[in-house]
Ligand binder design. Structure first.
Ligand SMILES: [Zn+2]
Length: 220
């Protein structure tokens, strides 16, 4: 057998191995996603980093000084606002029960040296519209944008029923302990987005939807 004939099969094998590896990675991703949904192992190590956070982000026309004309009165937040900073409409207009739960969790998390930051809370319809326009521009299709940003009619943020928490250590803390406060991640692709599920205090959080398009509340 010549060297060439030995090398060729190896190359084919290598390609095959790569395919198997990719398939394994895909399966691992599915397993991780399912585990996350069950609330048992909230691992969000997905390589799919959302290019568009459903909260405010730098460069958005919605950020003060941008072209959107939106202000803090629309729920725009500067960086670093905490859950107790009720002077901001984005915090003050969150549903009282949700805010109370988040503040209780934040109090306990602070004992672990973790501070909750509000990346987004309540938003005006105009602000939500702007986020949707940004997402459409970024993703180029309505179907892909819908995986990340809901309409003003369907967004829980506009209703005051959702809060986006950062940074990552706070998200991890809430993933692990949030159920005890009735705080649950709604979407597996948005580890920062929490809503109030009072029944979670006794029953644990329900399985999360893989993304907002699977949420029956978003179907119109
Ligand atoms: Zn959110």
């Amino acid at each position: 057998m010549t060297q060439t004939t030995r090398i060729r099969p190896r190359r084919i094998l290598a390609t095959g191995a790569a395919t198997v590896l990719m398939a394994s990675a895909a399966i691992a991703g599915i397993v991780a996603s399912q585990a996350a949904s069950s609330g048992e192992a909230p691992t969000f190590s997905s390589t799919v980093t959302p290019a568009f956070d459903d909260g405010p982000h730098q460069g958005s026309p919605g950020v003060p000084g941008g072209a959107g004309g939106l202000t803090e009165a629309d729920g725009i937040l500067p960086d670093g606002v905490g859950v107790f900073d009720g002077e901001y409409p984005a915090v003050a207009n969150i549903h009282a029960d949700l805010l109370k739960a988040v503040r209780a969790a934040a109090d306990d998390a602070s004992a672990d040296g973790i501070r909750f930051i509000v990346n987004s809370g309540w938003r005006s319809a105009a602000y939500q519209d702007q986020l949707l326009q940004d997402a459409l521009a970024q993703y180029g299709s309505e179907s892909e944008a819908a995986r990340w940003v809901l309409t003003a009619e369907t967004s829980a943020h506009v209703a005051g029923d959702a809060i986006d928490i950062g940074p990552v250590d706070a998200q991890s803390w809430l993933s692990q302990y949030g159920a005890a406060y009735g705080l649950c991640q709604t979407y597996a692709n948005e580890m920062w987005h929490f809503e109030l599920r009072p029944e979670a205090i006794t029953d644990g959080c329900p399985a999360s939807y893989s993304d907002p398009t699977e949420d029956p509340r978003t179907q119109r």
